[in-house]
Design a protein around this ligand. Structure first.
Ligand code: FES
Length: 122
């Protein structure tokens, strides 16, 4: 919750992409094993290309939603996304980071589980 005495935000948007990597065969898997590092690199490069100086793209350690990965969370909204492809990341870039909208098909709800995601993607 924001407080009246809080200083203004340093970044308009702060994006954290999980790039945690676990050993092969770990029961929870990991976002890096599902390609999050190259998708992070893509988002950073595109953000720079478009001159998004008020948006910070950061790698994050495990965000503890591994079974739904790869995952990212965007602040100050606290909106979570699941993403798999450069098209997904480009959609998040164009729609959310640039346009202020939401990519509904990739949104993670607080209650999402791998099962509910499978239903959304079916
Ligand atoms: S490994 Fe990415 S959320 Fe845990």
């Amino acid at each position: 919750m924001l407080h009246l005495s809080d200083p203004p935000a340093f970044y308009r948007l702060h994006v954290f992409l999980c790039t945690n990597r676990r050993p092969e065969g770990h029961p929870r898997g990991s976002c890096a094993a599902q390609g999050s590092e190259s998708l992070r690199n893509y988002l950073k490069a595109r953000s720079k290309e478009l001159g998004l100086g008020d948006v910070r793209i950061n790698s994050a350690g495990c965000l503890d939603r591994c079974e739904l990965g790869p995952t990212m969370v965007i602040y100050p909204e606290g909106v979570w996304y699941h993403f798999r492809t450069t098209e997904d990341v480009e959609d998040i870039l164009q729609t959310h980071l640039l346009g202020g909208g939401r990519v509904t098909r990739l949104l993670l709800q607080p209650t999402d589980t791998p099962e509910t995601r499978r239903q959304v993607e079916a």
